[in-house]
Unconditional design. Structure first.
Length: 487
């Protein structure tokens, strides 16, 4: 078969003594497989003469590969190499002969290399052929194709690589879509959570597990236990405290955990204190220039010159749970302050309950009457999810109050923490303390010790343990600091 370039006229009218030769006008490279002449049977040998002047050699050579007969198994190639080394008779393994002018010979051979052919110049017939070709000012290269087995393996590997690439691209697209969706969620939740105008009404209110002390007392402490504590533990501890308390009339409500379909289990929120601390907080100190003078100037107004990062989507979803808990808490507090308008409310809690108390008191989302009668917050052994969000609320309230000093004062914040708590680090507590005071929410730290017989890294948390062993004394200290003396 002779593949003509652009015309068959030279073959049809010349004096060539061709026998049993089929002349075919060479189709475009991409049409080779659809041509019936090419599809009939495989080529044993392809000879190309001066191809660089007429066609894209690499493209044609690539499309010709499926139509060229080659060794079936890779072992045959190794056998050919062994025979070559021993000079034994062997069959030719050349599939393509390329004859090109000397000045274009290297380019032509490189084109064929790029199409997947490799050099087979060791063939026995090449020296004689090359001498003849050199006389005409050309050079000759013998080339071969990999075995069909290797070709199939390469095709499989190529397909697998393509599938991996498509999988990576699909994963990247999915990741980008997820990030975009998360950004929308973050924007919506960031602007709507704990907004008194946008908060949906809540009919349910927190159940009361225990009601201790004097019913008509003007000082009310509402305590929110953690997710996993039995309310009876706290009932025993506060009952013991009341036995030694001789100050103003005091009533203590130990609340149960929130109820309703929003909580699959009766929990305040779904994160542990250790998980919350591990997520950290993000904020940026702001100043005009990175100079000592600019930094010192910004430090004179620390409440203004700070910016907070957004909580993660997981933290915002956790804060949704906290918002539901807070709304049920607000309903309970609204009933209590409506019953006694002179009531001074202290809101406290342990672990997840303490986080809810912090949001209820510092987010400014509580009903106005509750805010007016809320005097203090007691955050005991708790980490607060998304505290940077809460800090931004405190910052806004602080700056707004500068313009409206007649507004009701902020509740004081008492941080009650156990020394060497394996879940809530001292550094985390000091950060909370610093941010509260930075935004003019008067805060103080009250620490206590619990005897630990054996504390291993990652071991059980020493608190709450038996709260009656440590709560009465620390509560006495806290009430004294609040000017509610226990004489």
């Amino acid at each position: 078969m002779v593949l003509a370039d652009t015309t068959l006229e030279g073959l049809n009218t010349g004096n060539h003594n061709f026998k049993r030769v089929t002349t075919v006008l060479l189709p475009m490279p991409e049409a080779l497989s659809q041509n019936s002449t090419f599809a009939e049977e495989l080529f044993d040998l392809v000879v190309t003469v001066e191809p660089m002047g007429y066609l894209d050699l690499a493209e044609y050579a690539e499309h010709l590969r499926p139509h060229i007969r080659r060794r079936e198994r890779e072992e045959e190639r190794k056998l050919d190499q062994a025979q070559r080394c021993t000079n034994t008779k062997r069959r030719s393994k050349v599939q393509l002969l390329c004859m090109e002018r000397k000045e274009r010979f290297e380019d032509a051979r490189d084109e064929l290399y790029s199409a997947g052919y490799y050099l087979a110049d060791h063939d026995q017939a090449r020296p004689k052929l090359r001498r003849t070709v050199l006389q005409a000012g050309h050079d000759l290269s013998c080339l071969a194709l990999p075995s069909a087995e290797k070709e199939r393996r390469k095709a499989t590997e190529t397909q697998q690589a393509q599938e991996r690439k498509e999988k990576r691209e699909a994963a990247e697209i999915a990741k980008a879509e997820q990030e975009e969706e998360e950004m929308v969620q973050k924007t919506v939740l960031q602007t709507s959570l704990f907004d008194p105008v946008l908060m949906t009404p809540e009919d349910r209110k927190l159940p009361v597990a225990y009601d201790l002390g004097i019913a008509e007392a003007e000082l009310l402490l509402v305590w929110l236990p953690g997710n996993n504590e039995d309310e009876a533990l706290w009932q025993a501890a506060f009952q013991k405290f009341l036995e030694i308390y001789q100050g103003d009339a005091l009533r203590i409500i130990i609340a149960g955990r929130p109820e309703g379909p929003e909580h699959r289990a009766p929990v305040w929120h779904s994160l542990s204190d250790q998980e919350t601390v591990g997520r950290g907080m993000e904020w940026y100190e702001m100043h005009d220039m990175p100079t000592e003078e600019a930094i010192a100037k910004a430090a004179k107004d620390p409440a203004s010159n700070v910016s907070f990062g957004r909580p993660s989507v997981e933290e915002l979803h956790c804060m949704q749970e906290i918002e539901v808990s807070c709304k049920q808490l607000f309903n309970l507090l609204s009933d209590e302050v409506a019953r006694n308008q002179k009531t001074k409310v202290i809101l406290g809690g342990f672990s997840q309950g303490g986080a809810v108390a912090a949001f209820a008191g510092l987010s400014r989302a509580a009903p106005v009457k509750v805010q007016q009668q809320l005097t203090s917050l007691l955050c005991c052994g708790c980490a607060v999810p998304g505290f940077q969000y809460l800090a931004s609320k405190m910052q806004a309230a602080c700056l707004q109050r500068r313009d409206s000093p007649e507004d009701s004062p902020f509740p004081s914040v008492k941080l009650i923490y156990c020394e060497n708590d394996p879940e809530v680090s001292d550094r985390y507590v000091s950060t909370i303390l610093s941010l509260c005071n930075r935004f003019e929410h008067p805060a103080a730290l009250h620490s206590f010790k619990v005897e630990i017989k054996e504390q291993l890294p990652g071991g059980p948390r020493p608190i709450p343990g038996l709260p009656e062993q440590w709560l009465p004394s620390i509560m006495k200290e806290v009430l004294e600091s609040l000017a509610f003396p226990a004489s």
